[in-house]
Each structure stands twice: as structure tokens, then as C-alpha cells.
Design a protein around this ligand. Structure first.
Ligand SMILES: [Zn+2]
Length: 407
């Protein structure tokens, strides 16, 4: 298992793509149109956002009273959505359609969590940022159509403080879609030999950090509809277990959690503020979402939850202590994550037991092994239905993915 006391090895890969540092902005409407094509639909990549529009998800025990109402959904098939009208609601018809989000109706609001850290919420999309003496560090950038509103929300809190860093928890477009807008609003320290490689343009935008698999998956998707343009890709990636910086008077760590939601997940730990930004390895509005064809796995997902629990400390007999900002859903603390980890473990054990007994996938589905949790986390429509979860669990626990290396 992961241990914060382990010796650190940080590997930094600096990219020197010429066009990576271009100021040219190729704003491409995020259009989650699906259809036949050589690549999987970007729908699934939006999928992590899809299941959480029910509205009820946004008011939690930690007081997100100012959360916006669930945005109205546009009629018609979401698969035909264009630009800012695209997206999907919780009643979306799987990966191939569903009602669209009207981004014009979504406002981005902020909540001061504690210390330097703020949570930003725009409809079903969460992000976070740190504001302090040195400036601004942003974790995830929502979808592209909300990027301007997200930037305005940051500016309402931070004023004109310099924006130095953007961290991505993973590659999905509801976490990286605003990368270009946010990075372009920033700046970076470019000096020495690196100045020659990067050019002056890079000094006028923030660096973007992520695990290297984020870059690999974004670059693999290049040229497809809705793909993030190169200018939004990470400028610095890491392939070991962490990358860290001392910023705004505190250590900030990107901690890679392998083969969880995807194969490029990081949680971001603000050590003095005592806040973790979990990305989609913790989403409290649906069943665990591990995307097997993007390197996710059930065991890796559970390991990620346990990593969060190792790092969090509850306030004595109260809510609070270390706060956890989920990829989607309401602000949480350790008890929330423990409850979720427990249900994920219980269901894992049930399905694993069924597999050992030789039950087929259809038999496992028919046995309704998740029934007691379905009221809270289940779904019959949308991209991550209960059946989709059970099927992914069955496949993950049956196949080689079950042998995810244990750190
Ligand atoms: Zn995701």
C-alpha cells in the first residue's frame, strides 16, 4: 500500500513540443457527439460527469447551501448537442445520447473549504483552487464551455493574483476541458536553458501538471471530435508515484493512484490546508466508476479510496477535519469516504464470492447483489448504470485487471 513515509522519487518529464507553448488558441466546442468511428466515443470520457445531475447531490452536510439548482436539460437527443448545448443529463441514454446540458444556465460558484483551498462547482462539475500569498493554483478545469465562468469565479476570490499552476486529476474532458482558458490566464517562471526551449510564450501561461498517462490518453485522442487541443495538454508529467511543490506556504502533492478510475489518476493533497482533491476516484453520487478500457480497475479504485482514508484525519466527534473534494458531488470528510469505501468493499466481496462459485455475469446481475445500496447509488439510465457497474466489477474481478500491483 501507499505510504507517505516512503522515500520519494520524483521524475519530471519536460515536454518540448513546439506547439505546446503556442499562445494560439484553438477553442473547439466540446461536443459530446457519439457515433461510429475508429475511436471510442468521447461520451464515456464525459461519463464521469453524467450521473450527478440529479440536483440532490449538491447539498451536503458541509454546507453547500449556495449550490446551484440542477440545470435545466434541453430537449432532444444530447448526441446532437452542439457546442455549449452539448452534454448529458442523468437520464441520458447511455453513451449514445441523452439530454444535453445548457451551459448558459449553469453558474460556477465557489465555497471556501479551509486554509487556502476553495471548491468550485458548476452544475455537475467540480474543481478546486488554492489562493495565497504567491498566487493561484488550480486543480481541474471543468468542461470547456464553463471555462470562462470558472475563471471569473477564481478571479472573484483571487483578484488579479498570478495564476501559476494547473493540476489535472485525470484526462476526462470534464476535468481538463478548461485547461487552455485557465492556463492562458496564468504565467510561469521560465528561466535558464528551459527558456530557450519554451520560448517567451510559455512565460505568459501557467504550467499544467498531471500523471503521464493523462498526456498519453489526451494525445491518443487527438483529432477526434471534442478532443482537447494540444495547448490544453499537460506541460509537465510524472510517472512515479508523486509530484509535489511548495506553494502558498504549504506542500501540495499530486499523488498517483494507479489503475483506479483510469490509469492516470492523481489525488491532490494540500497538506497544511488539509484538503484533498480526489478527482473521480471519489464521487459520492454513484457506484465506483472504474473504466476498464482506460486502465481502471476495481482493486485500484479501492486502493485509491484507502489512500484517501490513510491521509484524512477526522475532527474529534464532529464533521470536518481533513476535507475531501470529490470529482462530482458534495464536499466530504473522512467518514463519508469510509462509508463509501465500505460499500465498495462489501459489493466487491459479494461479486468476488459469486465468481468463485462459478456464477455467470447474467446470474450475478439477476442476483441483485447491490440491492441494498441501489437506492442511494444505483441508476437504471445514464452511462454508469447499476448493470454497467456490476458488469465492470465482474470483469475486473475475473480478469487480469484483478491482479493490479499492490504498492
Ligand atoms: Zn472521470
Amino acid at each position: 500500500m501507499f505510504s507517505v513515509a516512503r522515500p520519494k522519487f520524483i521524475a519530471l518529464v519536460t515536454l518540448t513540443r513546439r506547439n505546446l507553448f503556442s499562445k494560439e488558441r484553438q477553442r473547439v466546442s466540446v461536443t459530446y457527439v457519439t457515433g461510429p468511428g475508429p475511436q471510442r466515443s468521447p461520451w464515456l470520457r464525459l461519463g464521469c460527469a453524467v450521473a450527478v445531475l440529479a440536483g440532490s447531490a449538491f447539498v451536503g452536510t458541509v454546507g453547500l447551501a449556495q449550490q446551484p439548482q440542477a440545470p435545466g436539460r434541453q430537449g432532444g437527443p444530447g448526441g446532437q448537442g452542439q457546442g455549449r448545448q452539448a452534454g448529458a443529463g442523468p437520464q441520458g441514454q447511455g453513451r449514445q445520447g441523452g439530454a444535453g446540458l445548457n451551459f448558459d444556465n449553469i453558474e460556477v460558484q465557489t465555497l471556501h473549504v479551509q486554509g487556502n483551498v476553495y471548491m468550485a462547482v458548476g452544475g455537475p462539475f467540480n474543481a478546486a483552487f488554492s489562493v495565497g500569498d504567491e498566487g493561484v493554483l488550480v486543480v481541474d478545469t471543468m468542461v470547456e464551455p464553463l471555462a470562462d465562468k470558472f475563471l471569473a469565479a477564481i478571479r472573484r476570490v483571487a483578484g488579479d493574483k498570478p495564476l501559476w499552476w494547473v493540476f489535472n486529476t485525470h484526462h476526462h474532458p470534464d476535468h481538463t476541458g478548461g485547461n487552455i482558458t485557465i492556463a492562458d490566464a496564468g504565467q510561469s517562471v521560465v528561466a535558464g536553458n528551459f527558456a530557450g526551449q519554451a520560448g517567451a510564450a510559455q512565460a505568459q501561461r501557467a504550467f499544467i501538471w498531471a500523471h503521464e498517462n493523462v498526456l498519453l490518453r489526451l494525445s491518443r485522442n487527438e483529432g477526434n471530435p471534442g478532443a482537447l487541443p494540444v495547448a490544453g495538454w499537460p506541460t509537465d508529467v510524472f510517472y512515479a508515484d508523486r509530484k509535489e511543490i511548495y506553494f502558498n506556504n504549504e506542500p501540495v502533492q499530486l499523488l498517483h493512484v494507479p489503475n483506479a478510475h483510469t490509469d492516470g489518476d492523481s489525488i491532490v493533497f494540500f497538506r497544511k490546508s488539509d484538503v484533498i482533491v480526489a478527482g473521480d476516484v471519489y464521487v459520492n453520487t454513484r457506484y465506483p466508476t472504474f473504466l476498464l478500457d482506460e486502465g481502471g480497475s476495481y482493486e485500484g479504485f479501492l486502493n485509491a479510496l484507502n489512500t484517501i482514508i490513510e491521509l484524512t484525519v477526522p475532527k474529534d466527534k464532529q464533521e470536518g477535519g481533513t476535507f475531501v473534494i470529490p470529482g462530482h458531488g458534495r464536499l466530504a470528510d473522512e467518514a463519508d469516504v469510509v462509508e463509501y469505501r465500505d460499500l465498495a468493499t462489501i459489493i466487491r466481496d459479494r461479486i468476488q464470492d459469486a465468481i468463485k462459485k462459478g456464477m455467470s455475469l447474467e446470474q450475478v446481475k439477476a442476483a441483485k447483489l447491490t440491492l441494498d445500496y441501489d437506492g442511494r447509488y444505483g441508476a437504471t439510465t445514464g452511462f454508469w448504470t447499476t448493470d454497467a457497474f456490476v458488469e465492470a466489477a465482474y470483469r475486473s474481478l475475473s480478469g487480469p485487471a484483478a491482479n493490479v500491483s499492490q504498492r
